[in-house]
Design a protein around this ligand. Structure first.
Ligand SMILES: Cc1cc2nc3c(=O)[nH]c(=O)nc-3n(C[C@H](O)[C@H](O)[C@H](O)COP(=O)(O)OP(=O)(O)OC[C@H]3O[C@@H](n4cnc5c(N)ncnc54)[C@H](O)[C@@H]3O)c2cc1C
Length: 405
């Protein structure tokens, strides 16, 4: 593991820092604002940096991508507008898409002209995703899709979706699934927003009634959707913990300022909690550097993505609980708070509503982190089975474990 940044990397960091300083703050409340900011990032070469040059990227090394996101977090810069398209769909297309699919979809992911959503979870298929029942039946050059998806983030403004549907109910469940690209404006698709505990309505339910999807929209071969889904999920779990560590450090520093303003730093119990959080964050930074160092050597994230997802989401939830313990009633206020109690959150939520400047919003939002992209229990199962080699959990569809009653 090499912890030093090369001269070239340090120069890149200085370049990003100066570029951001010259442009921030930027108004990013509507989708049009987000797209305008996206265009600036794109022109600077800061979107799709790791993509091959033939698709408009720079073929940048992982360390430069990590530096960019660390500096953006440090500066409080809004992210690019291409969300799941960039983080989930593009890596899946690079791995499994046909040349025609790459040519058709990648440029508009890069430019954020087309926004995407992920249509995986169903009311009865979340952790056990392979039990999904949305059906796609082949019929004269198209697949006809019927069923329901749920928890579809940003489904309300998506142009396209990645969809898992069952094409063969007569084979073991993992083998009967296919992977589709679906135009969200196709007749028969109904998107209904769901309001969540934060007050925002970022999620949607999506209903499919006789939705016709052309056969050329299938990614990979019929019945091979589970392979593609694994690729997408590995990118969904493996976030960049270096920039997350930077963001969390800033949050704790803001909390320290709030505590100072409220006279809470006199209390040794408060100082103890703040210290514990700073130690956690440095451990997270070291773990992020370790993953980055192996990525630089060309190793693709395997079970590390489960380790990172588990550790960072549990940590965030623990920290938000500690914030609430420290802040008492201030932590529960729902309106924007004045200095010295404000969080200094800016920008908009995924649904386009302004982010409330209070501590209750990130607390309620943090409850989602140990559920999305595979719950903590599921990450522990993966680590137990694939890393530690423990016996697999008994499940009805697998039959009893050898030796069990
Ligand atoms: C913020 C957020 C964004 C999301 N965005 C999307 C999206 O864009 N697209 C999409 O398709 N989905 C999305 N999801 C859905 C997400 O993938 C599911 O919520 C998740 O997979 C869990 O499924 P479930 O909610 O059905 O819970 P369940 O699977 O019903 O789990 C309920 C509880 O049982 C536990 N459990 C289940 N199975 C086991 C087991 N085998 N061993 C031990 N414990 C178990 C779970 O850990 C959990 O505590 C999102 C979720 C969140 C919170």
């Amino acid at each position: 593991m090499d912890l030093t940044y090369s001269t070239e990397d340090q120069a890149f960091r200085a370049h990003v820092r100066a570029w951001l300083a010259a442009r921030l703050p930027v108004k990013c409340e509507t989708l049009a604002d987000r797209r305008a900011w996206h265009r600036q990032l794109l022109e600077a070469g800061f979107v799709g940096m790791g993509w091959p040059r033939e698709y408009g990227g720079r073929g940048a090394r992982p360390v430069q991508q990590a530096i960019l996101s660390e500096e953006m977090t440090r500066a409080g810069a809004p992210p690019h507008a291409s969300g799941p398209g960039m983080s989930l769909v593009a890596p899946t297309l690079f791995a499994h898409g046909s040349p025609a699919q790459k040519q058709r979809y990648l440029p508009k992911i890069l430019s954020a002209e087309e926004l995407w959503c992920e249509l995986y979870s169903e009311p009865n298929a979340g952790s056990d995703l392979a039990s999904l029942s949305t059906a796609a039946v082949r019929d004269d050059g198209v697949y006809v899709v019927n069923g329901q998806k749920i928890w579809t983030s940003a489904g309300f403004n998506a142009d396209l979706g990645i969809l898992l549907a069952r094409t063969n109910p007569g084979v073991p469940k993992h083998q009967g699934i296919s992977y589709f690209i679906v135009d969200m404006h196709t007749p028969g698709i109904e998107v209904r927003p769901l309001r969540q505990i934060t007050g925002d309505a970022e999620f949607c339910e999506v209903f499919f009634t006789d939705v016709r999807i052309p056969t050329e929209n299938m990614i990979g071969a019929e019945g091979e959707g589970w392979r593609g889904a694994q690729t997408t999920l590995s990118y969904e779990r493996g976030g960049n913990t270096l920039s997350a560590a930077t963001g969390r450090r800033q949050a704790v520093e803001r909390l320290i300022r709030t505590c100072r303003g409220a006279g809470l730093l006199e209390d040794a119990r408060v100082r103890n909690k703040l210290g514990r959080m700073l130690v956690d964050i440095e451990v997270m930074r070291a773990a992020g550097l370790r993953v980055l160092s192996s990525a630089e050597k060309g190793t693709r994230p395997g079970a590390e993505s489960s380790v990172q997802k588990l550790a960072s989401s549990e940590m965030e939830k623990r920290h938000q609980e500690l914030y609430q313990e420290i802040l008492g009633a201030f932590g529960q206020l729902l309106e924007d708070l004045p200095e010295p109690y404000a969080v200094q959150q800016t920008g908009s939520t995924i649904s386009g509503e302004p982010v409330p400047d209070n501590w209750a919003f990130p607390y309620t939002w943090s409850r989602a982190l140990t559920i999305l992209a595979g719950t903590s229990e599921i990450q522990r199962n993966i680590l137990g089975e694939r890393v530690l080699g423990l016996p697999r959990e008994p499940r009805a569809d697998r039959g009893p474990l050898p030796g069990s009653l």
